[in-house]
Design a protein around this ligand. Structure first.
Ligand SMILES: Cc1cc2nc3c(=O)[nH]c(=O)nc-3n(C[C@H](O)[C@H](O)[C@H](O)COP(=O)(O)OP(=O)(O)OC[C@H]3O[C@@H](n4cnc5c(N)ncnc54)[C@H](O)[C@@H]3O)c2cc1C
Length: 399
């Protein structure tokens, strides 16, 4: 039996730890917080993505389509609330039609069933939507990701693993056939280490002797809830045609698995890696972001949409206007502020956004350096990938 330390009690770390524990290895999961899923995993849109958007052949494309199936099946099997309700991507003006058609072609390339609809067809699904055309995707769903994490945690413990909360990994190094992991609570040792540290992924890799090619830049995504009356304007999931220059999908309307409709997320630079409000500022995090040439290069290329995002963040009326493009009945009075999330987005030195999932390895160590959306959807598939990567960096099992 080997002993593996998994850092990160988000959905990627827990899914990976559950696989490793299930095959009989001893697993220790560490998370610095006093509960699981406290960051990206517990603060997202709760959508099971279909695999529609991603470049053909990418890890994202493969793992989202497969992950959508495995996540929905896993949740159903373990009694976690889940619904495969489908979604509508809507073009609200003629200029968005080429983007919508590109998306339809991508869906076909990725093997995701999708149908183009005219405005009448779109309104059969969403009677209040404004659309010149739409794309209907049936395999999108909604799920309680925190609930999935609770099941994964229970499985880890049932398979003899341990989950240690409130323990922060500080550094690691491989010495001979062991990995030494220094934490705020202890000096630990194991045969292997898997780090799924989300917003801190690059720092943890550096603290383990790796040289990550990209740096994590935190993008806050703010949400509003719709009042109950306005919620009646939305049946399911309504998305805009995304701007292909950005990795984010655009502010959308989602009827979550709890039945409430939420709107968001936008995307503004967070002033701390866990900065869920404008007032949460970390000098270290901000210094790190601003000293990275990639951030400035990205900012220079995208200052105009970036400024629009800031306006939308500061003005509920501007936020409501983006939603009213999709569903004209929505006004600022219908919006109630809801908790924000912060996305860990890896940005390269030249300002390029790392589009695909990114994993880097060292002897006995596996580090996840970029696991943005749809990594929650794809987490059970990412876990298989990480298990294989771990086996590659660990000498083969004896006996
Ligand atoms: C606003 C928003 C909306 C999104 N919407 C969707 C969606 O609808 N569908 C979808 O599929 N994906 C979505 N995503 C993406 C998805 O949430 C993430 O890809 C996924 O949750 C990543 O999981 P993770 O385990 O890698 O990271 P996290 O959930 O962030 O977990 C990382 C964990 O590592 C811990 N940690 C960090 N540093 C240390 C340390 N030094 N020591 C110990 N522990 C540490 C943290 O406390 C945390 O618990 C969204 C993300 C955001 C932010």
């Amino acid at each position: 039996m080997r002993h593996v330390i998994v850092v990160g009690g988000g959905i990627v770390g827990l899914a990976t730890a559950a696989r490793i524990a299930a095959r009989g290895d001893q697993v220790t999961v560490l998370d610095k917080e006093d509960g699981l899923a406290r960051h990206q995993t517990g603060r997202n849109s709760g959508v099971i993505h279909s695999g529609l958007y991603y470049a053909e052949g990418s890890l994202k494309a493969r793992m989202a389509a497969e992950g959508a199936r495995s996540m929905a099946a896993f949740a159903a099997e373990h009694g976690v609330p889940v619904e495969v309700c489908g979604k509508l991507v809507v073009a609200t003006e003629e200029s968005e039609l080429p983007g919508l058609h590109k998306l339809a072609a991508r869906a076909e390339a990725n093997g995701v069933p999708a149908r183009l609809l005219d405005p009448v067809g779109a309104r059969e699904y969403e009677p209040q939507v404004r659309a010149v055309a739409a794309l209907r995707v049936e395999t999108t769903g909604v799920v309680d990701y925190a609930g999935v994490c609770r099941v994964l945690a229970a499985r880890i413990e049932a398979d003899g693993g341990e989950i240690l909360l409130g323990e922060e990994m500080l550094a690691a190094r491989t010495v001979g056939d062991r990995v030494q992991v220094r934490t705020t609570a202890a000096d630990r040792e194991a045969d292997g280490l898997v780090v799924c540290g989300g917003l801190h992924a690059d720092r943890l890799a550096r603290a383990s002797g790796l040289e990550p090619a990209a740096r994590i830049v935190p993008f806050r995504g703010e949400y509003y809830g719709l009042t109950e009356t306005a919620g009646d304007l939305v049946r399911g999931l309504i998305y805009p045609v995304p701007d292909p220059r950005f990795p984010f999908l655009g502010v959308h309307l989602t009827r979550g698995i709890d039945g409430h409709v939420h709107a968001g997320p936008n995307a503004v630079l967070a002033l701390a890696r866990e900065g869920y409000r404008w007032t949460e500022v970390s000098v270290r995090d901000l210094g790190d972001a601003l000293s990275w040439p990639g951030l400035w290069r990205m900012g220079a290329r995208n200052w105009r949409p970036g400024a629009a995002e800031v306006v939308r963040s500061l003005s509920t009326a501007a936020f409501a206007r983006s939603l009213a493009r999709l569903v004209p009945g929505i006004t600022a009075d219908d919006l109630v502020p809801a908790p924000a999330g912060v996305r860990a987005q890896a940005v390269e030195r030249d300002g390029g956004l790392v589009d695909d999932f990114l994993v880097q390895t060292a002897p006995r160590q596996v580090h996840v350096l970029n696991a943005p959306s749809p990594a929650a959807t794809a987490s059970l598939e990412i876990a298989k990938h990480l298990e294989r990567e771990l086996d590659r960096v660990l000498p083969s099992r004896v006996g």
